[in-house]
Design a protein around this ligand. Sequence first.
Ligand code: 2IT
Length: 446
Amino acid sequence: MYDLDMFMAEVERKNPAEPEFIQAVREVTETIIDVVNDNPAYLHGKILDRLTEPDRIITFKVEWEDDNGEVQVNRGYRVQYNNVLGPYKGGIRFHPSVTLGTLKFLAFEQTFKNSLTTLPMGGGKGGSDFNPKGKSDTEMRRFCRSFMTELQRYIGPETDVPAGDIGVGAREIGYMYGMYKRLRDEHTGVLTGKGRNWGGSLIRPEATGFGAMYFAREMARTQGEDFAGKTISVSGFGNVAWGAVMKAAELGAKVVTISGPDGYIYDPDGVNTEEKWRYMTALRASNNDVVEPYAKQFSVQFFPGRRPWEVPVDMAFPCAIQNELNGEDAEQLIANGVKYVIETSNMGCTADAYTAFRKAKVLFAPGKAANAGGVAVSGLEMTQNSMKLSWRTDEVDQRLKDIMKNIHEACVSEGMESGSTFVNYARGANIAGFKKVADAMLDMGY
Ligand code: 2IT
């Protein structure tokens, strides 16, 4: 039998100074430990011990030259967490907060998320502490090329397929793909999030935000409510937030906030026009990491240094980075009557926030379920690459919708509390994601 406290003490001992990894492991273990303890095969197979150790961790040096001719050194990583369901699959993050612990937590989450998509993908994650803020296009290119010079040894279309994440978008994927192709002389589906003309899937850039909205619509339906007409707060202003605001508008809901490290903007009419979406894209592409100019451009209010969680809404969508919504933010949202929280960033809510939502019976969708649309369309990109063909927009979108609906159903079937319509989505997602990975591990032995 596993004892939660004893098990977690051991995880903490083995992974010192990795608080996010420990947080992610605890959140999953808490919700599945009874399922494990009830199953002799999981116990005999030491499944929790095996799932909390990544298959392989690679770290490497990334040397590059900045525009002043100065030599710079960063650290690159790839965490190949688990490949029982398919090749390692997960994004690459370039952000100054990146540490090995961050990437271990992301790769751990990715393993269960990818399992939920039902597509054949294992879990991985990579990145660097490199900060894209203020970097020129030339610097980005030099860094990406240097990063791929090392990474290419460890990846391949049937081995490990990276994609974008924070700080890595279409441009960076392009530079990395170019370097891979040059070094290996292969044009394959080794990365996803590629450009349209060279193997990328339609809808991939928007997929995470679209998927989160499809998921939220299912949540509302389950409560007998209409998604249309809901007021929504979104944090962030990158790719994910962008897809989210566009799909929310299309489905008839109103997003009233977006945010950056500098603060948030409040747009009471909604971020709901082509012009506003285009402006968001231009802001992000500027590499300045600020949203304030949006407020000036569209004559709306900007709240410097504040987070959007103080605005009263029906639904909140953290779309920026881990632990961006804390216990106090959660209490504020609850006091303002929030009914749904859809974690669209990976582990966007702190453990305190998560506990507060659970106590207040707020419907809380964890990132591994709600944001799985991004990696799901990456999986569809891999399929299209393997078949050497390209699906139409409506084909990809329909598959994305079906996948999000299936994930929602899996969460409901494992997480609905008997005698009520309340769904513990975190428990549902963890159990559903875990079972497939665990069963495959047992099938394959050790
Ligand atoms: O967190 C994520 O799921 C991603 N950054 C997307 C990963 C992918 O392989 O598309």
